[in-house]
Design a protein around this ligand. Structure first.
Ligand SMILES: NC(=O)c1ccc[n+]([C@@H]2O[C@H](COP(=O)([O-])OP(=O)(O)OC[C@H]3O[C@@H](n4cnc5c(N)ncnc54)[C@H](OP(=O)(O)O)[C@@H]3O)[C@@H](O)[C@H]2O)c1
Length: 522
């Protein structure tokens, strides 16, 4: 039996099957996917294109049925036509001459029914059994809830009632449910939803999606930290001055005023995406590269974040709301002028927070988070800013012209990592200037990065929950966020106004008090 070393010693250039075996996993077992909300925006823009891309990459199960479930009546053929348009408009791998489409389309079906009517689930069950017989599929079923959040629990109860999800432990194929965001709107509603889902499902059947975790760069945080020897020794309060996480969007609310009025930046971005990223940045090394080991460490971080008492909310959290302004050269209206928004709305379109993680590793290191709409550009990044050297050997001028070392992980749009450090300017004097060492996904690997939903759908089919959020993580995140929401309700100032196209209200700068830093100019 050859070893990897034997293989490498021969210098062969073809694919090394041993190495491949270590990194590439097999395609998921044949299954059916039911998309609840099949005529919705998410299915059209993300889910069907992601499934198609997986097909193009040869990653789908050898046999598959995709059943769309929504209210409006239409035939399989009509639904396939709609999905062809969705794929044409949104799939990164689609091309006109693609021979895959016809074959892929034959695995797509449509089932018209309302979520509130049990008969529709009974007939779905019969339809799935028939398809499984005809296509030779096992009874492995993935139910994807791409619906409004207030329909999650109705659908799961109906799945239980008609036996589409039999009681846990029953023999037969696997049954899994993917739940979209938002998962609750505060701690009480998230707990209630967890309880309702668990009346029908085991925790290991519930896949709560956070599409940020499907992004390559977010997963690269684990590789960067734990596949390298050089970063981890510095990854603590001895060497890190502070950590900044930014999730900025230049877009406004895109006609979704009704939704956004109920959400706001804290619920929409911080409770899920930003706290998930923070927990990957701050977690301890897991005992294994295994779903629960990783999620155990993430939840410990969330629990170690110091809770913000209601009366402290304006000290640690700044909220803002965009007024009219110029974004990327275009004049845009203020939030309160958007359709579906109240003229005296207090909903925040920007939020900045200063969090403290009370752990041995992070004591005294502020974590500064900011997220907003109608900011100057779309960018998501994590910046680990290190302490300055203990002695300014090259004089005060250098100390002020060279910013402290920073490791920046770009999540979007230019996925990559860069390291900022000081270097000598060529010439007879000893002048130091700031330079950057960069790694870009696109240039280093030369392959387009898959969409987050591709990875997450593949993992859900394969039964790997690592990149999905466990119930205790969701509840720990909501605990922190609900404290802030309560504080705003009782003691919070009105959101500060900021002109669209700027980096949010200046009041957010004071969150840096006592640190050597400021918000990065991106
Ligand atoms: N859109 C995004 O980019 C995005 C991003 C992240 C997360 N999400 C989440 O994904 C979920 C879906 O969002 P979406 O934007 O796709 O919603 P959407 O466009 O409003 O679509 C809703 C879907 O649900 C169906 N539906 C509604 N009520 C129904 C009922 N009583 N019975 C049967 N079908 C019913 C609709 O079917 P009919 O048209 O036939 O009525 C439609 O297919 C939400 O939880 C959202 O927060 C969306």
């Amino acid at each position: 039996m050859p070893t990897i070393q034997d293989f490498e010693a021969t210098g062969k250039t073809e694919v090394n099957p041993l190495r491949e075996g270590l990194t590439r996993r097999k395609n998921p077992d044949p299954c059916s996917i039911v998309l609840f909300g099949a005529s919705g925006d998410l299915t059209r823009r993300k889910l069907l294109p992601a499934l198609y891309n997986l097909g193009r990459d040869g990653l789908l199960p050898s046999k598959l049925a995709i059943v769309g479930f929504a209210r409006r009546p239409k035939s399989d053929e009509e639904f396939r036509e709609e999905m062809l348009e969705a794929v044409r408009d949104n799939a990164r791998l689609y091309d006109e001459s693609d021979p895959l489409w016809d074959e892929f389309a034959r695995s797509i079906f449509y089932h018209a029914a309302a979520f509130e009517e049990l008969e529709g689930f009974g007939s779905l069950s019969e339809r799935l059994e028939r398809l499984e017989r005809e296509l030779g599929l096992p009874a492995n079923r993935l139910f994807y809830l791409a619906t409004a959040p207030n329909q999650f629990s109705t659908i799961v109860k109906a799945l239980g009632k008609v036996g589409l999800v039999p009681p846990p432990g029953t023999a037969g194929g696997w049954r899994r449910v993917v739940v979209e965001k938002p998962f609750g709107r505060d701690l009480a509603s998230a707990r209630a939803l967890n309880r309702e889902l668990r009346e029908v499902l085991d925790e290991n059947q519930i896949f709560r999606i956070d599409h940020y975790l499907g992004k390559e760069t977010v997963q690269n945080l684990l590789a960067l930290r734990f596949a390298n020897g050089i970063f981890e020794p510095l990854w603590n309060q001895k060497y890190v001055d502070h950590v900044q996480i930014t999730a900025a969007e230049s877009l406004g609310i895109e006609g979704r005023g009704g939704y956004y009025e109920q959400a706001g930046a804290l619920r929409d971005m911080v409770q899920n995406h930003m706290l998930q990223v923070l927990s990957l940045v701050a977690m301890e090394p897991p005992v294994a590269n295994e779903a629960n080991a990783i999620r155990d460490e993430k939840v410990k971080v969330l629990r170690a974040i110091r809770r913000i008492r209601p009366e402290e909310v304006d000290r640690f959290v700044v909220r803002g709301q965009y007024g009219p302004g110029l974004v990327l050269g275009e004049r845009v209206p203020g939030y309160r002028e958007e359709v579906g928004v109240l003229p005296d709305s207090r909903t925040e379109t920007f939020v900045a927070l200063r969090l403290a993680i009370e752990s041995w590793r992070w004591a005294g290191v502020p974590f500064l988070l900011r997220s907003g709409k109608r900011l100057p550009k779309r960018v998501t990044e994590v910046c680990i800013q290190f302490r300055t050297p203990p002695l300014h050997l090259f004089g005060e001028d250098t100390a002020s012209s060279v910013a402290p070392n920073a490791l920046v992980i770009n999540v979007q749009p230019d996925e990559g990592v860069s390291l900022r450090f000081g270097a000598k300017v060529p010439g007879p004097d000893l002048q130091v200037r700031q330079v950057k060492m960069e790694f870009r996904y696109g240039t280093s690997f030369g392959t387009p990065t898959p969409e987050a939903y591709e990875r997450l759908l593949l993992d859900a089919m394969a039964g790997d929950p690592t990149l999905f959020t466990r119930s205790d993580e969701v509840e720990a995140a909501w605990t922190l966020v609900t404290d802030i929401l309560n504080g705003w309700e009782r003691f919070g100032k009105d959101p500060y106004q900021y002109p669209a196209g700027t980096w949010g209200p200046q009041e957010a700068d004071r969150l840096f008090e006592g640190t050597a830093g400021s918000w990065r100019r991106l």
